[in-house]
Design a protein around this ligand. Structure first.
Ligand code: GRE
Ligand code: ZN
Length: 326
């Protein structure tokens, strides 16, 4: 399919230390590091595979790991200015951006969201999981009360909030001991993000801000399969064991979440996603440069589906949710 919009495409600034602690093979890592700050080769690849627009976001963990509030605010501003200048202004027909927000200071994050959308022309934000606010286990998830004013801003500005995975905290890696490979994108990412999304559902934040939208990648990290069981088991739970939510997890999932296909080439999982949530809430993504655009696009372009729905998933839904003029 020509004219695809891809919504989880990563960049890094040339001076950033990224992706080095993931245990990647050297030739794979070198390729990723070369491509993250690049715009020319990226455009060539997009041309080859029929991607018209890449919606760019900073690679994991982004600014989430910066403990110092002031520094996280400064970094977010610097990165967003760079993204707008280096990619979007250079070629706005092909590059649009999701900025970063300093969640360590939710009021500042709300202000930066407004600045990036209104002043820089970025389309929303991608948040790389929990934010460190002190040493060790001192972190904050997006459902926690200080973050609610950020959700208020997101709802008011009408921009989706993309939730990207992050490697779980060191204190939560006992189950991965001796198998470092489990912690990253091939498993730990999904586990961490599922629990983050579940926290959001249970918190009641979507009762307070019912129009807020959270975007999950990787076909919702497995939640499509797992959430109905949560609903079913909830009736046996003491009220004090879950949060202030008024509705069931699958109801928030239906009304407050949209899903990207980043990293996915598994046909049965895509069929299942279509049956469960439909073609209006599924959105194409590659996860460049961690995934191969050629592989992912070849799979998506050949996926058996009617062409109206392919167009929605491949292009129209992204344009609608992120307000991308076509
Ligand atoms: C990804 O987005 O898929 C990703 C990262 C960082 C490391 C590995 C990885 O952002 O797959
Ligand atoms: Zn990604």
């Amino acid at each position: 399919m020509k004219g695809k919009i891809a919504v989880e495409e990563h960049f890094a600034l040339p001076d950033m230390e990224v992706a080095k602690a993931n245990g990647f093979r050297p030739e794979y890592l070198a390729n990723v590091l070369k491509r993250l700050p690049d715009r020319v080769q990226r455009l060539e690849v997009m041309d080859e595979v029929g991607i018209e627009v890449s919606l760019l976001s900073l690679t994991e963990p982004g600014t989430q790991g910066i403990i110092d509030k002031k520094k996280s605010i400064e970094q977010a501003q610097r990165i967003n200015d760079w993204l707008a200048e280096y990619f979007v202004k250079w070629n706005p027909k092909r590059f649009q951006g999701l900025g970063v927000v300093p969640m360590q200071d939710p009021a500042a994050a709300a202000r930066e969201l407004e600045r990036m959308v209104k002043d820089l022309g970025l389309k929303g934000t991608m948040i790389n999981g929990f934010s460190n606010i002190g040493e060790g286990d001192e972190i904050m998830y997006l459902d926690e009360k200080p973050c609610w004013e950020f959700w208020a801003a997101a709802e008011q500005l009408n921009v989706p909030i993309s939730l990207h995975p992050r490697v779980p905290l060191p204190s939560q890696r006992r189950s991965m001991k001796d198998y470092d490979v489990i912690r990253g994108s091939l498993w730990g990412f999904g586990r961490e993000t599922c629990e983050h999304a579940i926290r959001l559902m249970l918190s009641g934040v979507f009762d307070q801000y019912p129009k807020a939208i959270c975007v999950l990648g990787h076909l919702a990290e497995g939640l499509i399969f797992a959430l109905p069981r949560m609903d079913a088991r909830m009736r046996y739970q003491e009220p004090g064991t879950h949060g202030a939510h008024k509705r069931m997890p699958t109801e928030y999932f239906r009304d407050n979440f949209i899903i990207s296909t980043s990293g996915i080439t598994h046909t049965p999982a895509m069929h299942n996603a279509l049956i469960e949530i439909g073609a209006d809430k599924l959105i194409f993504a590659v996860d460049y440069p961690f995934e191969s655009s050629h592989e992912i696009c070849a799979w998506f372009d050949a996926f058996p589906i009617n062409e109206d729905d392919r167009l929605k998933i491949g292009r129209l839904n992204a344009a609608k949710y992120w307000h991308i003029a076509l």
